[in-house]
Design a protein around this ligand. Structure first.
Ligand code: ATP
Length: 266
């Protein structure tokens, strides 16, 4: 993780995700209205905004899961609209996604879930698939015996870890996390944040994290981007957010919960 109190100047850093002028809507409702955003290599970017503003929509648009009406999205230097199907598959191997609900296949064990992307994108022997899956299971702090369990036998925190192991299955460069700590108790959420920070550091990941969790923003995010009215209202360090005059940012970052998070971090 970068030292968020002494960030490198933005202009010197490699942009891993570059979003320009993106517009996304459904029917006559426009959600994203010409949004620009840069995500830099090796950072944990926290993406915040009031409920329903389009945080998940932006994530899905970057991943190509919802269509955009205008704008460009470049990932790792490639315009996603210009990729051939085979280049697109290669790109999909370079990002891992942890959706909000974990979204594990309920009929598959943890190990089998982790192996789903491996089977889809790689051609490996069963022995190697097993070894790699066990490595991922251990990497996210699960006991080896969790590997043969079904999702229904796991706690909420274990499900998140298993889903994270699956997101890391193909050794991605970029990790997308949609509200990773939602539904976890504060201790579980803190442990999960620590895990994300450790994995980011050891694996050199770039992390795009949609979150409502102020503790996460204070403790693990290098930079924050705030979404509102279809655009980025502000982006920068937590200090930038705290200095913003925007009414929603003031309410969010100076509210009672924010003060509690700040006290914990001090
Ligand atoms: N496939 C879809 N069809 C129609 N409307 C959609 C679709 N996906 C999202 N929306 C709408 O887009 C808006 C933004 O939704 P989104 O889930 O991105 O919000 P969010 O900022 O992630 O909210 P939350 O913090 O509550 O998760 C909502 O009004 C939602 O109803």
């Amino acid at each position: 993780m970068l030292d968020r109190h002494h960030p490198v100047s933005d202009k010197d850093r490699e942009v891993v995700i570059r979003v320009r002028g993106i517009e996304v809507g459904f029917g006559d409702k426009t959600i994203l209205k010409g949004l620009d955003l840069d995500v830099y290599r090796g950072e944990i970017l926290g993406f915040v905004g009031a409920s329903g503003q389009g945080k998940s929509v932006l994530t899905r648009a970057i991943l190509g899961l919802v269509p955009k009406r205008a704008g460009t999205i470049e990932v790792l230097g490639h315009n996603l609209d210009e990729l051939s199907p085979s280049e697109r598959r290669l790109m999909e191997r370079r990002w891992g996604v942890l959706f909000q609900q974990g979204a594990l296949f309920s009929a598959l064990t943890v190990k089998q879930n982790v192996q789903v992307p491996m089977r889809e994108y790689l051609s490996l022997s069963e022995r190697l698939l097993d070894e790699l899956a066990m490595l991922k299971v251990e990497m996210v702090g699960l006991n080896p015996d969790a590997a043969d369990k079904l999702p229904s036998e796991l706690s909420g925190g274990m499900i998140k870890r298993a889903a994270l192991a699956r997101a890391l299955a193909l050794d991605p460069d970029i990790l997308f996390l949609d509200e990773p700590t939602s539904g976890l108790d504060p201790i579980g959420a803190g442990e999960f944040d620590e895990l994300i920070a450790t994995l980011q550091r050891t694996l050199g990941l770039t992390v795009f994290m949609v979150t409502h969790d102020l503790d996460s923003l204070y403790t693990v995010c290098d930079r924050i981007a705030a979404l509102g009215e279809g655009k980025i209202l502000a982006e920068g360090t937590i200090e930038t957010m705290l200095a913003s005059d925007h009414p929603w940012l003031r309410a969010y970052f100076h509210g009672k919960r924010a003060r509690a998070a700040l006290a914990d971090d001090a």
